[in-house]
Write a protein that binds this ligand. Structure first.
Ligand code: URA
Length: 440
């Protein structure tokens, strides 16, 4: 087999078989195929697409390039969850303890922040001394004894994806639905759970800006999961406005605690109840409606917040930060952002707001940047709210006055006012399962 022939084949829109895709992925991983040929192949895929069979073969070739986590020693149905990323998206840290408190083991590997979006592992590390790196044995032991562990992703899961993603990033080939779907699903399948819930974000702060593309991505990922025997469901959820009011690592953990204590923002609570109910449904705990009632009950009877505190302790962190959020260190500087306009907030450029939080110190500029866990933004107004001139739009938190000014300017430029009240958007747009997409 020759790589050149396979590039030609894809260029002409012909379907590659399983062996041909394996040849490409294993050859590239072993450095037998050079970057220039792989780049040409990726660009051909970007323009000609891939069939569901090709996308599934690509995913499994990337899964088989590395370690596959064996969770079989943990009893029960293991359900994983993945979000395509957003601003203020702290849902993993809310729904994981909810689901674990209801008897579904959570053995979860999460990522760090990327560009304007935050990452679960960074948020968790805002809790002093909490560990996110474990040996395989330690990870399994924590899940067996506590019912839940949220760790960083092992470096050896789908190494082919890591190498290919780096190449896509510099060759204009990130925005391809089969390539994104295979990339995400390869890591989820290698992480070993029996079922997968996908939270596919849509809107100005998301990877996929339109509902149509978000549904296409969700359908591609659900088809991959189902084709390899993992029950997979996706919810398409709104990321046209930040989720909740807190953006930034320790600020978001405090909001996680608020939701689990029953005092969280309405939008964030609603989405978490729906996502957690879907995870319980995938674990065969009941109908969706029954699962929703179970979620509401475990927030009310405090078993979910207690499970979060237990997880924090098991991972080496101080659970007193969960029982009393005043234990978190405050940022050196806080400043209110005062509105210079009046009217309705018609739109929030959510990517811009995420970048503003990064500029304040909550995210990384380069891979080696050190995160300021106390930095970020608390929103006081969101899309649809009416604002008078000199109302407080947000409070910003940072450790540097210079960052304060830069972050504030970026924030203000991300808010769009209008005279007219904008129409209210749903929080969840659609549910995609093996039976198809259902608009909600
Ligand atoms: N996230 C991933 O893991 N892979 C992609 O290709 C895009 C987003």
């Amino acid at each position: 087999m020759r790589m050149l022939d396979l590039i030609e084949k894809k260029k002409l829109g012909q379907e590659l078989n399983h062996n041909e895709i394996n040849f490409i992925i294993s050859g590239y991983t072993k450095k037998e195929i050079p970057d220039y040929q792989m780049s040409a192949f990726l660009m051909a895929v970007r323009f000609m697409g891939m069939t569901a069979e090709e996308t599934s073969s690509l995913t499994m070739a990337m899964v088989n390039s590395g370690e596959i986590v064996d969770l079989s020693s943990i009893s029960g149905i293991k359900v994983d969850k993945h979000s395509t990323g957003g601003v203020g998206d702290k849902t993993t840290l809310i729904i994981s303890p909810i689901v674990a408190s209801l008897g579904v083991p959570i053995a979860k590997m999460s990522g760090r922040g990327l560009s304007h979006t935050g990452g679960t592992v960074d948020k968790l590390e805002a809790i002093p001394n909490l560990r996110t790196e474990f040996s395989k044995e330690e990870f399994l032991e924590i899940v067996k004894t506590t019912g839940i562990c949220v760790a960083g992703q092992s470096g050896n899961l789908a190494p082919a994806d890591k190498k290919i993603y780096a190449l896509r990033d510099v060759t204009g080939t990130v925005d391809s639905i089969p390539l994104i779907a295979a990339s995400i699903m390869s890591k989820k399948i290698a992480a070993g759970s029996d079922a997968i819930l996908l939270d596919v974000k849509t809107g100005s702060g998301a990877f996929m800006k339109t509902l149509e593309d978000s549904i296409k991505l969700a359908e591609a990922m659900v088809a991959i999961g189902e084709s390899v025997g993992r029950c997979t469901v996706a919810l398409i959820t709104d990321m046209d406005t930040p989720l909740g009011y807190a953006i930034g690592n320790s600020l978001e953990i405090k909001e996680v605690v608020d939701v689990l204590n029953g005092n969280g923002p309405e939008d964030l609570t609603e989405i978490c109840v729906l996502l957690a109910a879907e995870m319980l449904f995938l674990a065969n705990k009941g109908s969706l409606e029954e699962c929703k009632q179970m979620v509401l009950e475990c927030i009310k009877n405090k078993s979910a917040i207690e499970t979060l505190a237990k997880m924090v302790k098991a991972q080496g962190g101080n659970e007193n930060h969960i029982y009393d959020i005043n234990n978190f260190e405050n940022a050196k500087f806080t400043q209110e952002i005062i509105s210079e306009s009046s009217g309705f907030i018609e739109k929030m450029d959510t990517t811009g707001i995420g970048l503003s939080a990064c500029l304040l110190g909550a995210g990384r500029e380069t891979e080696d940047s050190v995160i300021d866990f106390s930095a970020g933004i608390i929103l006081h107004k969101k899309t649809g709210d009416i604002v008078k001139k000199s109302d407080v739009l947000a409070t910003i938190y940072t450790s540097s006055l210079e960052k304060c000014e830069i972050g504030k300017a970026k924030f203000l430029e991300s808010i769009i006012f209008s005279e007219k009240e904008p129409s209210k958007k749903p929080i969840v747009y659609a549910r995609v399962s093996k039976d198809g997409a259902e608009l909600l």
